[in-house]
Write a protein that binds this ligand. Sequence first.
Ligand SMILES: Nc1ncnc2c1ncn2[C@@H]1O[C@H](COP(=O)(O)OP(=O)(O)OP(=O)(O)O)[C@@H](O)[C@H]1O
Ligand SMILES: [Mg+2]
Length: 359
Amino acid sequence: MTDSLHDLRRCTLAIDLGAARTRVYAKRAGLIVDEPSLVAVDIRNGRLVAVGGLAERMAGRTAEYVRVVRPFSGGTVVDVDMGILMLRQLLGDKARRAWLRQSKPRIAAAVPYGAGPQARRILSETLTDLGARQVELVHAPLAAAVGSAIPVGQPEGSMIVICGASETQVAVLSFGGIIAGEVLPVGGNAMDDAVLEHLRIHHDLILPHQGLLPLHQVLSEAVGEPQSNTEVHGKDVSSGLARSLNLETGGVREAMRDPLSALVSGIGRVLRRCPPDLVVDIADRGIILTGGSAVLPGLDTMLGSATGMPVHITKDPALSTVLGLGMMIESAEATEPAAEEVAELRPESAVRAASQELA
Ligand SMILES: Nc1ncnc2c1ncn2[C@@H]1O[C@H](COP(=O)(O)OP(=O)(O)OP(=O)(O)O)[C@@H](O)[C@H]1O
Ligand SMILES: [Mg+2]
C-alpha cells in the first residue's frame, strides 16, 4: 500500500494496466512500454503466439486454435496468468535495467477509484508474481491529475475525468484527496460498440475493429460539419462479401449519443455531491478531460454545454496516468522540475489521503 511519496520514490517502475493499452514508465528511462493489452495464445498447447501490437494485428484474423485475450479490464486484472505472460514479454529487455538496479524492483501501479479490496489484491499479487518486491497502489485520478499538472494539493477543487476504453473515472480533488468520485462503465469501447451496432443495423455492414480509428479521425476533423461523408470498408451482413459504403457522419454521431449521455449524467451526479465552494472552483478552472477517449469527437463540447463549464483536454491525454505515476517515482535529482512540482502539490498528503481511502 502506498504510504508516502518516499515509498513511491523507491519504486523503479510505474505501471498503468488498461483494458486497451498497457503502459510502463521506468525511472530515469521514461515510458518504455505503450502497447495494446492483448495476448494471442495457441489453445492446443498453451503456447504464446504474440503480445501487444502484433497480437492486435492478429485479432479477428487468426485460425480457430489461436485465441486473442485481453487480460485487463477497467484497470484490474481479469486473467492473471495471461497478464503476467504479456507483461513479461512486453517488458523483456527494456526492464532489465530496473531489475539490475533492484534485484526485485518496487512497482507503483494505478488502481481505479472505487476498485474493491479483491481487485486491489489481485493487482498486487499479479505484480508480485511478475517479480516485484513491493507494490504501491495509487488511485488513477490522483496519478492522472499529477500527470496533467493539476495542483492537487491546493484547497481549490479540481475535477478530472479519465475517459478510458472500458470505463470513465470521474473525481473531484482537493487538499490532495478525492472528495467525490464515480466510476462509470462507459468508455471508448461502449462508443465503438454503438458505432458498430449502427453500421450493422442501419447499413447491413460489419466494420472490422481496425476500421474504427480512421472513422474517429474523420469525425474529429468534421466536428461542426454534421453533413460530412466518409468511405468505410467492411463485410456485408447477408452476402458475407467485402463492401464499401459512403457513410454520413451525422448518423454515427447520433449513435454515440446514448453512451455520451450516460457519461454526462455521471459527471452531473458527482457535481451534485460536491460542496458549492468546490463546484465554483471547478467552474472557474474547468473540467480536465483525459484518457485515450478524451479526444472522442464532440465529447468536450457536449460536456461543456451540459455542465456550463469550460472543458480542457490535457496534452497526451492517454498517457496522463502513467506519466503522473512516473513523476511520483522519479527522484528529485532525476527530474527536478517535475519533482519540485510534485512537492508543491503536497503529494505526501495526496498519496497518504489516497492510501487511506484504499485501506
Ligand atoms: N483518436 C481517437 N479518437 C477516438 N478514440 C480514441 C482515439 N485514440 C484512442 N481512442 C480510444 O481511447 C481508448 C483507449 O484509451 P486508454 O488508453 O485511456 O484506455 P485504457 O487505459 O487502456 O482503458 P481503461 O482505463 O478503461 O482500462 C480506446 O477505446 C480507443 O478507441
Ligand atoms: Mg486507463
